[in-house]
Each structure stands twice: as C-alpha cells, then as structure tokens.
Design a protein around this ligand. Sequence first.
Ligand SMILES: Cc1cc2nc3c(=O)[nH]c(=O)nc-3n(C[C@H](O)[C@H](O)[C@H](O)COP(=O)(O)OP(=O)(O)OC[C@H]3O[C@@H](n4cnc5c(N)ncnc54)[C@H](O)[C@@H]3O)c2cc1C
Length: 387
Amino acid sequence: MSDADREIQERARRFVDDELIPHEVEAEMQGGRLPDDVREKHHRMAIDLGLWAMNMPKELGGGGLSMFQQVLVSEQIGRVTNALGWCVHTPAAWAPAVVSAEQLERWIVPTIRGDRHECYAITEEGAGSDVDAIEATARRDGDVYVLNGTKMHVTSFSSADYVFFQAKIDGGPNAGSHAMFFVDEDTPGVRLVREPAYTHTFADTHAVVAFDDVRVPMTNLIGEEGDGLGFTYEWFRYERLMIAARCCGAAERLVDEATAFAKERVQFGSPIIENQAIAHMLADSVTELWAARLMTYELAKNVDRGVDLKVQHAQCSMVKLYASEMAGRVADRAVQIFGGRGYMRENVAERFWREVRVDRIWEGTSEIQRNIVADQLAKRGVRTLAG
Ligand SMILES: Cc1cc2nc3c(=O)[nH]c(=O)nc-3n(C[C@H](O)[C@H](O)[C@H](O)COP(=O)(O)OP(=O)(O)OC[C@H]3O[C@@H](n4cnc5c(N)ncnc54)[C@H](O)[C@@H]3O)c2cc1C
C-alpha cells in the first residue's frame, strides 16, 4: 500500500467507526431508517470526505480512485450493518464512456454531485440468473421509444429519481437485442407496484415496478440498440469485486467483535476462548478472511494493471464467490460464539448473519459464479485464472 492508499483507507475507517457504527442499533430498531438530519449529515460527510462517487473520473467531479483504493474504501463500508454505508454511493462507472454529452449533463454529472440518484431495473419475474430471458420491450414509435415490462427487486427505487431500464428491442433490424434506457421516475406510466419485506433491515427497499407504455425520447437510449447486456456485465464485474470487499470488511468486524467477546465471556470459571472449540472457530474465520482479502486486493490490482477482460470476468466471479461464502461462514460462527446474545437483533453478529446472506444471491448467485469460473477455466486453463 502506498501512503495515499493508507490515507484513504484510514479516512474511510474513521468515518465508519465514528459516524456510522454508532447508529446501527437505532437503525435496526427503526426499520433501517435514521432521522432525516442524521442521513443528511452522513450524505454530506461522504461527499466532503471525497468518498462519494469515488469510482467516477476526477474531471467529472468524481474521486478518481484506483480500483485498489475503491476496494479499500468498500471494505471499510462493509464493516457497518444496516446499509448505513450506502451513503458512500458509487454511480455507474461504465456510463461516462458510453453516454451522450446530453445524458452526461442530465443524469451522470448530477449523480456524481449527489443531486440525483439512480436504480437498476433488470430482473423480472421470469428472468433472474438468466438475464437474457427478460420480456420487457422497447418499441420505436416515431422519435420516441415505448417501454413496457414489470421489474422486481429494484433496489433503492424509492430514494432514486431515475432508472436504468433494460429491455429487448421490439421490431426493426435489431429486434430481440438488449437495450438500456434512462427513465426518469416521474415519466407517465412508471408505477410502483409494491415494496415487499426482505430479510435485512435496510431503509432502502427492493421494489416491484411496472412500466406501462412509458414513452421516452430516442435520446434516452444509452449507446446503441444491442449494447444493453454489455453495460450490465460491466456493472456486474464491478459490483462483484465490491461485494467481495464489503464481505471482507464484514468478516473483519465479526472476527474482531467475536474475539473480544470470547476473551471476556467467562463460563465454567474461564474465558470461553480457552475452549478449543471456540478458539478454532476464530482461527478458521481469520484464516479465511485473510485468504479472501488477498484475493480481493490482488484482483483490484490486476484491474488497475489492465489484465484481460475475460480473465477479470472470471476472477470477479471467483472473489465474489469465495468472499461471500466466507462471510456467511464467519457470521454463522460469530453467532455461535455469542450464544444467545448472537440471536438478538441488537447484536452485530445477528445483523450480519442476515445481511451477508444476500451476497451469495445478488449480482449473480454462487451457482452462476461457479458456472462462469468453470467456463473460463475450460477455455483458459488454471494458470491464467489462478497463476
Ligand atoms: C435484496 C436484493 C436486491 C436486488 N437488487 C436488484 C436490483 O437493484 N436490480 C435488479 O435488476 N435485480 C436485483 N436483484 C435481483 C438479483 O440479481 C437476482 O435475485 C439474482 O440474479 C438471482 O435471480 P433469481 O432471484 O431470479 O433466482 P433464479 O435465477 O430463479 O435462481 C434460483 C436458484 O436456481 C439457481 N440457478 C439458476 N440457474 C442456474 C444454473 N444455470 N446453474 C445452477 N444453478 C442455477 C440459482 O443459483 C438459485 O439458487 C436483487 C435481489 C435481491 C435479493
């Protein structure tokens, strides 16, 4: 790590320790929500500390951090529960290279400033892992596109003001190909269907949203007809690496807190850490954390070095798979070490135990990550993927 790397890591760590972690239990007890003034303070601080939009180019007002530095920050963000770390928002890093000048000004630059907020509407009832199975359509009608479809699990729809909407082109020379659109949420025909309850306690919901004959100008199309899936894959790669980083952060916090508890908690006259059964759970957890962290850091550096995109694709799947499953094991052990306290919602292990579960599902399930890794292994060999 360079001095600059250490400095940004420390800046993020202090923000998490001093400003976010103290609000976790309050958020848990209030359905994930904090008072507006506290949320606003966190939002402003994330911007002032240079953590907001850390992944966006400096010339557009972003942080311009290297991928390695972004991983260091995301790891710290992963140490806090209840998604309080989401105040450190990373907009769509793939967008500046592909959007038009008008789109940049209207959606991307205001998002980097923190004035606008996006969400992603890709998944549908019949299309989850199989993104190509989406039934949402985009049909040209003169100089507008007419969008139709119902999306589910749309994270942050209620706090966002525009949507990245993925559909298949209906008619014309590119019929059946994927396309991505900017859709302002106040466009007629965009309708919140419901906000189901999920396992974690987050302020942000995951909505079902209907798009009924939503008419958007042709200028809302991102890139060309047929480009949509490529943007989604780029976003997946980025998010998979950041999920791995956040899982490392979660595991560090869990090992830290469980070790402190095991040293203090006395049963049968001695601290429970003196029982090999407890000590070994901690030893396994810290060992697996180290392995996941090394993988994650190495991949981030590979991305900064510009390694082949297909190799990156496989390695992003490898780190997401390993780190998310590692965090699940560590959280489960931590609950066990805390005993009955570990089953209480005011306990950090209980919250993480529920929260890290989704890391094995979103942005591609563990099974899908294994499919990607196996496919790349067959094509490129072990030395390319793990050399
Ligand atoms: C909290 C949360 C937030 C989300 N946020 C968003 C969002 O903002 N925007 C968005 O568009 N989507 C979002 N998603 C959707 C998420 O990406 C999908 O849930 C995920 O891709 C899995 O799709 P699915 O749930 O339909 O499961 P399915 O694809 O139906 O899979 C069900 C099971 O079958 C397995 N399976 C499927 N295919 C294969 C295969 N080929 N080989 C082996 N096993 C297989 C899966 O691994 C899984 O175990 C979110 C999901 C959650 C839970």
